[in-house]
Design a protein around this ligand. Structure first.
Ligand code: C2O
Ligand code: CU
Ligand code: CU
Length: 502
């Protein structure tokens, strides 16, 4: 890994954007330079020891988000705010949080229950929270048009009407989603139900959320966002945070663990595998449990996707270690990225599990059937639409060649209808396609790559370079929603569209 190189070669070809000075349009943003802090203006070399100490992998224990459990509380409170948080040990990093600390809390709620949360915006600019993967009424969904101004409060109230699954939340302001998530404004959102309870999947200390985000830091532990033009293709970092902990370790017992993994990076696609175990079991995707567990050796997870997996450590002894890493996924792009940071093809370590205790109960079997997924039939679709993913003149990422316009309705869909959408990628770069207000199934894709996640319910699907993916979905929620590429710099860069279900 080249993070030491990056530190030594840090330079300012373009203003690094830090909290507050962050309009993409730097024309009307004359104060950006004033917001650069000393370390960014005057890069100087670090002693080797200092660097090593700061970035040394597997020295910090994995943080576990605290939970807002709607079984025990009636209403949550979020306040988007600037905070100082210790990401590198005692060094304070300026970030954005919902409750003053990172990782942000995990929301846990049961199907049928009511979600109530008051959200106050204490940022300098308008923002809004979106509940990614939840099917909720238009006014609750967090469309960028519903952004609330600074010091305003929005009351979220809706009922959970969907099956158990791993979802997430993040802010979604027009043109600034990438930056806000980068600085901290996202978290996990778990829905439970009775059917899933009966399966007796690993729970409590044996259920671990892993929120993966690659980030860039300067040597004072400040986050660095966009630096060069190339970053408009996607910001890639060299430090992998899991639950806001850089390259953490986690002590475990020799038994089964359920890992709920969210990729909330800006642009990086990971091909996850474990050193120390040959294979693991995929049990769920974006929209909840699969029908049957699938055994895999590695798995691709694009931005915004979730995977629910079981790892079995029963053959491990005290002292054994298991490392989760990415094998790299260079297939995702031929585009140049900022050279100072590992490319999409780079192998990187992520988290190390250390067996420190033996388990008294490590023989429980996984159920063979997890849920039933009614396969949607092509013949039920009343319409087929084509959405193209294209880069247009000026290097602008778009859908159907039209840069996003918040006021324009791009597609009109009949409430209750089933449609097939052909997502056609014309570029030599993969894009994770995401749609609000609906879950879909993947019908087929033109590339030969086998994505086991295609077998489950999805809200985000990776469309490979010059590939067409066909998805099928039924629109049950009326209102105005969006679909977009979930590479954050692409969605901010106009790769988004409105659709109206009526
Ligand atoms: Cu994660 Cu528009 O969504
Ligand atoms: Cu979403
Ligand atoms: Cu994209």
């Amino acid at each position: 890994m080249n993070r030491r190189n990056f530190l030594y070669s840090f330079s300012f070809t373009a203003a690094a954007i830090i909290i507050g000075g962050c309009d993409k349009d730097s024309k009307n943003n004359g104060d950006t330079a004033g917001k650069l802090n000393e370390s960014q203006k005057l890069p100087s070399k670090l002693s080797k020891n200092e660097t090593d100490d700061m970035f040394k992998p597997f020295t910090q224990e994995l943080k576990i988000p605290k939970e807002i459990n709607f079984e025990t509380i009636a209403k949550g409170k979020f306040n988007a705010q600037k905070s100082l948080v210790a990401i590198y040990k005692d060094k304070k990093t300026e970030v954005l949080t919902f409750q003053g600390d990172l990782p942000n809390p995990t929301i846990r709620i049961k199907k049928g229950d009511k979600f109530e949360l008051d959200f106050t915006n204490s940022l300098e600019k308008a923002t809004i929270i979106h509940w990614h993967g939840l099917i909720v009424p238009e006014e609750m969904d967090g469309h960028p048009k519903d952004a609330i101004s600074t010091q305003e409060t929005k009351e979220y109230r809706y009922k959970i009407n969907q099956k158990a699954g791993t979802f997430w939340y993040h802010t979604h302001p027009h043109g600034r989603t990438g930056e806000e998530i980068y600085y901290g404004l996202s978290g996990l959102y778990i829905v439970e139900d009775e059917d899933e309870k009966k399966l007796n999947l690993p729970s409590g200390e044996f259920e671990l959320p892993l929120i993966i985000q690659d980030r860039r830091f300067d040597k004072k532990a400040n986050l660095i966002y966009k630096e060069t033009e190339l970053d408009h293709n996607g910001v890639l970092g060299d430090v992998v945070l899991v639950n806001s902990t850089p390259f953490p370790y986690k002590n475990v017992k020799n038994t089964k663990y359920r890992l709920r993994i969210l990729n909330s990076s800006s642009a990086r696609t990971y091909r996850l595998a474990f050193e120390g175990i040959e294979s693991f079991t995929l049990i769920g995707t974006d929209g909840g449990l699969l029908e049957k567990p699938i055994t895999v050796k590695d798995i691709v997870i694009a931005v915004a996707e979730r995977i629910d997996i079981i790892i079995d450590l029963k053959d491990k002894k005290i002292g054994d270690t298991i490392t989760l890493k990415t094998l790299g996924f260079k297939e995702a792009s031929n585009f140049a990225t900022n050279e100072k940071y590992p490319s999409l093809g780079a192998k990187m370590d992520i988290i190390k599990f250390k067996v420190t205790q033996l388990s008294t109960n490590n023989s429980a079997q996984l159920p063979r059937k997890l849920s039933s997924i009614l396969k949607m039939k092509e013949s039920d679709a009343s319409k087929t639409r084509t959405i193209t993913m294209e880069i247009i003149e000026g290097g602008i990422w778009t859908l159907n060649k039209k840069p996003y316009d918040m006021e324009r309705i791009d597609e009109r869909v009949k409430l209750g209808s089933t449609e097939i959408w052909e997502i056609k990628n014309t570029a030599h770069m993969a894009h994770p396609f995401h749609i609000h207000g609906v879950h879909f199934q993947v019908l087929d894709r033109t590339s030969k790559i086998d994505f086991p996640t295609d077998k489950g319910w999805k809200d985000t699907v990776l469309v490979m370079p010059v590939e067409t993916v066909r998805i099928i979905m039924k629109f049950t929620m009326p209102g105005l929603f969006i679909f977009h590429c979930h590479i954050l710099e692409h969605e901010d860069h106009a790769m988004m569209a409105n659709f109206l279900v009526e």
